[in-house]
Design a protein around this ligand. Structure first.
Ligand SMILES: Nc1ncnc2c1ncn2[C@@H]1O[C@H](COP(=O)(O)OP(=O)(O)OP(=O)(O)O)[C@@H](O)[C@H]1O
Ligand SMILES: [Mg+2]
Length: 374
């Protein structure tokens, strides 16, 4: 069995091998592999019910696995007691002790396991310093805002000085503004703690902004594992392509045609030279496929001369959504909706005929039958 070496700084890796987890009659996870390097911030992203929490709880030791192994910091922890795994878990619900002050909430686990008083004080001071909890130490949880409560919950994980921090949607109970604030704090915390983090969310913005690498999951299976930039720009399949991005990637069905050295995508109305596309294997003429292009790679132009010069496709503007710093322009193209992110304030209005141009350098092609990237 191959294991991933701990990184040079000696930070804890997490290697999940061939993991199978059964809950009741359900096989929630089957044959899953995941390698988290020491010091990484890995985000598990996927729709509700895909098995994110199950995977996280397996790593924490809260769930017995049916098969496979879990290694933490180079040690086999598959059957280790949760308290011996050197992991700390932060839940979505803060689960603070309501009768205890913030200070006592922070120190509770350390007092239980008999940590010396001076050491408790040092660790509580460090956590409260990192999370700016100083002014709140004497308060009870009921006297805190949601964001402050979640900071205390994170502080409780920090005082344990774990090697690996596991977060299960820690920000999902907070309002939008607080969520973005705490998101930035978490990212800075990761840099300061210099620890390994695994973070579960179904919020793609959290995943994109926090992750050093992200694993996109569906039905207990990791669909793609890579940097946010890789996953966004080169989605491995149609599920990943459409799960990330807002508005979603535009998709068009068609076939490939091959003529000497020219490869073309041929849709019902739309043709694009895709000779420059990085095909993984030789393009098969006649293969039914799906062309994907992100809204920011679709340029809207005014109808008329410009479009004629650049070979744009004519379409009718069906909706314009102002987003503050940009607009989303929706075009009706032979009955299909094409979204474009427009930064230039192109003067178009609903009902106008406009033209769109697809940036051929930033497209994705998928096999129509399997959904896999070509
Ligand atoms: N105790 C259980 N017995 C049987 N099935 C379960 C049990 N707990 C969870 N499941 C199922 O396991 C699957 C994965 O659940 P899990 O909680 O890991 O999903 P999740 O990705 O964390 O979803 P969410 O985003 O909603 O939190 C779901 O289909 C769920 O219904
Ligand atoms: Mg969950």
């Amino acid at each position: 069995m191959a294991t991933v070496a701990a990184n040079p700084a000696g930070l804890a890796n997490v290697s999940v091998r061939d993991l199978k987890v059964q809950l009741g009659a359900n096989t929630v996870i089957d044959a899953l592999d995941l390698d988290v390097r020491g010091g990484e911030f890995v985000v598990l992203l996927g729709p509700s019910g895909c098995g994110k929490s199950t995977l996280l709880h397996s790593i924490a030791g809260l769930i017995d696995v049916a098969d496979g192994s879990i290694e933490i910091a180079g040690e086999d922890m598959t059957w280790a007691d949760p308290k011996d795994r050197r992991v700390a878990l932060v839940f979505q619900s803060y689960a603070l002790y309501p009768t205890m002050s913030v200070e006592r909430n922070l120190s509770f686990a350390l007092r239980i396991n008999g940590t010396p008083k001076a050491e408790i004080e040092r660790r509580v001071a460090r956590a409260s310093d990192m999370l700016q909890l100083g002014p709140l130490l004497k308060r009870k949880p009921a006297q805190l805002s949601g964001g402050q409560r979640q900071r205390v919950a994170i502080g409780r994980a920090i005082v344990r000085e774990a090697d690996v921090f596991l977060f299960d949607e820690p920000l999902s109970n907070l309002d939008a503004k607080l969520r973005t604030e705490l998101r930035r704090e978490l990212k800075q915390l990761h840099q300061r703690l210099n620890a390994t983090m695994i973070y579960v969310t179904h919020d793609q913005v959290e995943a994109m902004t926090l992750a050093t690498r992200m694993a996109v999951m569906k039905s207990g299976v990791i669909q793609q594992f890579g940097t946010p930039a890789q996953v966004y720009a080169r989605p491995e399949n149609l599920f990943v392509a459409t799960f990330l991005g807002s508005p979603a990637m535009n998709l068009m069905n068609g076939v490939l045609t091959v003529d000497n050295d020219r490869v073309r995508f041929q849709g019902a109305h739309f043709t694009l030279d895709v000779s420059g596309y990085a095909f993984r294997s030789a393009p098969v003429p006649g293969l039914p496929c799906v062309l994907g292009v992100r809204p920011e790679d679709v340029r809207v132009e005014l109808d008329g001369e410009i479009a004629a010069n650049t070979g744009g496709e004519r379409a009718k503007v069906s909706l314009v959504e102002p987003m503050g710093n940009h607009r989303v322009i929706w075009l009706d193209y032979h009955g299909a909706q094409v979204a474009s992110i427009d930064q230039k304030k192109t003067p178009v209005a609903v009902g106008d005929t406009a033209a769109f141009v697809v940036d051929g350098a930033h497209i994705s092609l998928f096999d129509e039958a399997s959904g896999t990237r070509l």
